[in-house]
Design a protein around this ligand. Structure first.
Ligand code: PEP
Ligand code: MG
Length: 564
């Protein structure tokens, strides 16, 4: 047994077989094979398995994310069977006597460079697809060598795969098949990245930052992830497995006990009531939202509809996605954030120029304002969906009143487009903004009269206030999430909202921090929006608090006379 240490960014324990990702980044060895026909058959078997995996993935994701999003998998299945590609592989195996892995990686390189050099932007995008397909075939070639070690039916633990990778992008994370994956482990990664946030939303135990130790994990080996303590056991011994299985049972029991808070109001012992809502990335998270009895959706990160695909989602496709979410919780509010692409959430088809400092660059509403066509498509889809539930919309990454005015006028234009088309939308859709830059927090008194609500994005607010790149794991030790500067900005924002008579919530990770719940209630926060599995622990905390008598953590500065 080998123990690796990293950072647990989403709690829980899982036991399963390691599935290594990003094999294309590994060095592929070239060697001559003696039985050429057997090698070709090995390739054919891996190809058949890849195609059926992709077809299954298409069927499954069509249910979960709709036909247009899922289509990428059927396109990949077709590309994998492309005659020219397979002829190129055959030439390298049968014609030159090389091993199948080498043939696949050479053919893939050849095809992706050809695509990458094409004039047409759509065709250039296909270069990435070729890489993805080759990776799947390579994975199946290796699995074949290990006697199908990664086949789940063969897993004696009865649990899902544990994804092991150098790093995972948010789009890779959101595409993990949650029916078959039970945890992930990465060599790199920080606690505040979107990948970490997604792991919490998806309720997947995750340990990041195990560093070079990742190299010790072989595909198919049994590993146990103790994300509560940031530990990963490779080939765990029997006592470790027993202890961790007990923890899995205890965690399940603790969840059962929390069930008594389902159906209850989130009200303190001295009568303060707040809403506890859930953050989601798409329809697939709604099951957890309902299971955990959230009061609504406080943040739907709509940009995930744009990730992991090769072209913009159409108005129709977006309309369906928003409608389906709204219809799952009739009578409860769903706050959709307009697209927040940029920084770590990249979609190549946006054609954004490379940037030195992407977190300070072309991101979120800066894209919406410079590409109004993209924003208007989303706005029309949202407005149409507003007829199917209680929709609220918010704009991310605001820094000025001017930006809000410009967005509002685009929003009105989207309404006019629909009127012209004779399509309906709800009379009232609340419009809010995220307070996630120090600029917005400081001028929150000016912003409040322009909108119906504020939602404080404490993740970015912390990043920009403390000048700490949330993607950089090396900076985690400098990240004081209770830093007084951040708390003062939150408090000032709440005061601005209350003076203007609008509601204010927190949708960043700080909202789930039980050590701050009292403080937030005392400030006058109306709503906390957290990952679905944090809803009931937070409700339990609220229901056992008495806030009136407590001392404030940030009171001292008010004595100096300054607002902030
Ligand atoms: C935030 O910044 O706090 C937030 C909720 O948005 P995201 O984490 O998606 O940037
Ligand atoms: Mg943010």
């Amino acid at each position: 047994m080998l123990t690796l240490r990293g950072k647990g960014v989403s709690g829980g324990v899982a036991i399963g077989r390691a599935r290594l990702l990003h094999r294309e980044k590994m060095k592929i060895k070239q060697y001559a094979v003696s039985d050429i026909e057997a090698e070709w058959r090995r390739y054919e078997a891996a190809l058949t398995k890849t195609v059926s995996e992709l077809e299954r993935l298409y069927e499954w994701s069509r249910e979960e994310i709709g036909h247009e999003n899922a289509q990428i998998f059927s396109v990949h299945a077709m590309m994998a069977q492309d005659e020219d590609f397979n002829d190129a592989v055959r030439t390298i195996i049968v014609g030159q006597g090389n091993n199948a892995e080498y043939a696949v990686s050479m053919a893939a390189q050849q095809f992706s460079s050809a695509f990458a050099e094409m004039d047409d932007a759509y065709m250039r995008e296909r270069a990435t697809d070729v890489g993805d397909i080759a990776q799947r075939i390579l994975q199946n070639l290796t699995a074949g060598r290990q006697g199908e070690a990664t086949d789940k039916s063969d897993t004696p633990t009865g649990e899902g795969d544990i994804i092991c990778a150098e790093n995972l992008t948010p789009s890779e994370t959101v595409q993990l098949d949650r029916h078959s994956v039970s945890a992930f482990v990465t060599a790199q990664g920080s606690a505040n990245s979107h990948t970490a946030i997604l792991s919490r939303t998806m309720d997947l135990p995750a340990v990041v930052g195990v560093g070079d130790g990742l190299g010790a994990i072989e595909d198919g080996v049994i590993i146990a992830v103790d994300a509560d303590n940031g530990e990963v056991y490779v080939d765990p011994d029997a006592p470790t497995l027993r202890a961790l299985r007990l923890r899995i049972e205890q965690n399940a029991h603790a969840r059962t006990i929390l069930q008594k808070y389902r159906g209850r109001e989130s009200r303190t012992l001295d009568g303060h009531r707040i809403e506890i809502c859930a953050n989601i990335g798409g329809i697939e998270d709604m099951e957890e939202v309902i299971r955990n009895d959230a009061d609504g959706v406080g943040l739907f990160r709509s940009e995930f509809l744009y990730l992991g695909r090769t072209d913009f989602p159409s108005e129709e496709e977006q309309f369906e996605a928003y409608r389906r979410v709204l219809e799952r919780i009739p009578g409860k509010r769903v706050v959709v954030r307009t697209l927040d692409i940029g920084a770590d959430k990249k979609a190549t088809y946006f054609g954004l120029a490379p940037e030195e400092n992407p977190a300070l660059g072309m991101r979120a509403i800066r894209i919406s304002l410079t590409r109004p066509d993209v924003f208007l498509t989303q706005a029309r889809a949202l407005l149409r969906a507003s007829c199917y539930g209680t929709l609220a919309v918010m704009f991310p990454f605001v820094t000025s009143t001017e930006e809000v005015r410009r967005l509002m006028s685009l929003w009105e234009r989207a309404k006019a487009d629909l009127r012209e088309r004779g399509e309906a939308y709800a009379d009232r859709v609340e419009i809010g903004i995220m307070i996630e830059t120090p600029a917005a927090a400081i001028i929150s008194d000016r912003l409040a009269p322009l909108v119906d609500f504020f939602s404080i994005g404490s993740n970015d607010l912390t990043q920009y206030t403390l000048a700490l790149d949330r993607q950089n794991a090396a900076l985690d030790e400098f990240c004081d999430s209770h830093h007084e500067a951040v708390l003062r900005l939150i408090r000032h924002t709440v005061q601005s909202a209350r003076r203007a008579g609008i509601w204010v919530g927190i949708c960043g990770e700080l909202g789930a921090d039980l050590a701050l719940t009292e403080e937030f209630l005392r400030m006058g926060i109306d709503e906390l929006s957290v990952t679905p599995t944090s809803v009931l622990p937070l409700r339990e905390r609220v229901c056992t608090l008495r806030v009136e008598r407590q001392e404030s953590m940030v009171d001292d500065y008010t004595k100096t006379g300054g607002e902030l």
